[in-house]
Design a binder for this molecule. Sequence first.
Ligand code: C2O
Ligand code: CU
Length: 493
Amino acid sequence: MKHPVSGAPQFSFTIFLSLAFLSGCANTEQGQSSSQIPALDIPSLRASQVSQPEGWNDDVALTIPVDLNPDPNILEIDLEAKITNMEIMPGKITPVWTYGGSLPGPLIRAKVGDRVIIHFKNNLPDSTSIHWHGLRVPNNMDGVPGVTQDPFAVGGEFTYDFILQDAGTFWYHPHINSAAQVGWGMYGPLIVEDPNDPKEFGDDLVLVYSDMSLDEDGQFLPVDIGGAFSDLFGREGNIILVNGKVQPKLKVRKGKQQRWRVINAARTRYYTIRYKRQPLIRLGGDSGLAQHTETLDQIKLVPSERTDFVFTPIDEPGTVDWLRWYPTERGYGSTFNRFSEEMMEIETVNEPAVLPETIPYALRTIKPIDITGAKDVLIDLTITFPDDNSVEMGINGIPFWDSSPLLGRIGETQVWTVRNDTDFNHPFHLHGYFFQVLDENRVPEWKDSVDIPVRTELKLAVRFDERPGTWMYHCHILDHAEVGMMGTLRIDP
Ligand code: C2O
Ligand code: CU
């Protein structure tokens, strides 16, 4: 594999940081007596020598479940799905559908190789299931009603039990009536740590982005609001949430790095986020670290996608500003007359700056999947209009309910051409296996969710290495999945 000019992004970032620090010192030097040595205001401490500001993440804290198992390599928890009243809008009560009574659901966090046991109980007024998005679980743990298991009826119970095979930032959500249930609050983060990750990345901050469609009394708008037009566009909620909160606050200290693990759990909304175009060092995404870092001034996340990046605060102590959401071009009407929104307040506390740690450029080796002799498969994402009042989506013109499975065998490699001839982007997701995007311009990494923009196609290499069974692939704009843009893949031994 060839690399882009190794070290270049790191280099420019270092210069940027130095400039930021030097400009800060110019102010403090003014007014000092000339007898003093004009010392450069170089921080005396390094990022690794100080802690995050007190209460830095209190406002975005996630619920930590109780581990019922004394074995350090097993995380065993109870998880109950239930409706919980919450104040999302000031003074209004919203009956949120939750995992465990919190929004998002509890942070399931363990290390790679650990076993996770989840005793699940459904106390919702409707059937549900849990799908472990991005995790390579055995087929019978994949949580797809009608495909890998029966849905859990009201009062139903089930124990999920699997090994965490890969480090990365993952999440969980229902796989039945999912546009509605995810939109009502059913999602939670699942982090698989790699104990060997460099400490320089900084303290972990898990951020689950989502949105909700509420009326002025805090009640959910009808799930099918807007009819066929909204099926086509997808339903973006009118309230943006960060870890279940509207415009929460984060505290940072100049120079002290944080590793943000961001998950897009929204039913339809794309997130392009920026903090004043400050550089963000991307580490990877769906399944852990990419081959090398990439310095970006904004991060784009399509529904179900994850991104890990290092956030290095460069504002002067005392600064308060907003992390913003920007509209993303994803087809007809997605950016027209839409503006950025304030998502999360970032306060740079009044503590002396520290010197940021150097983030390594090379992160890990991503060996390209060998595609010699691979079978070519065309996945054409299609939209049809059966009549004036309805829209149907599908794969190769066939909606999910009429489809027959794609076939593969253990040990086989396929190259999927995922083509989008429609007027809307589709975030394409595959269960069970990671894929590699065959695109020289991207940093090599393992993915399970990827955007397919309007009138483009992407080639994905996938190897069915183990775990036979029937797996889903679909658009993760859940409104599109509901009207048929899903298919199954049957992997035989
Ligand atoms: Cu988030 Cu079928 O998946
Ligand atoms: Cu779609």
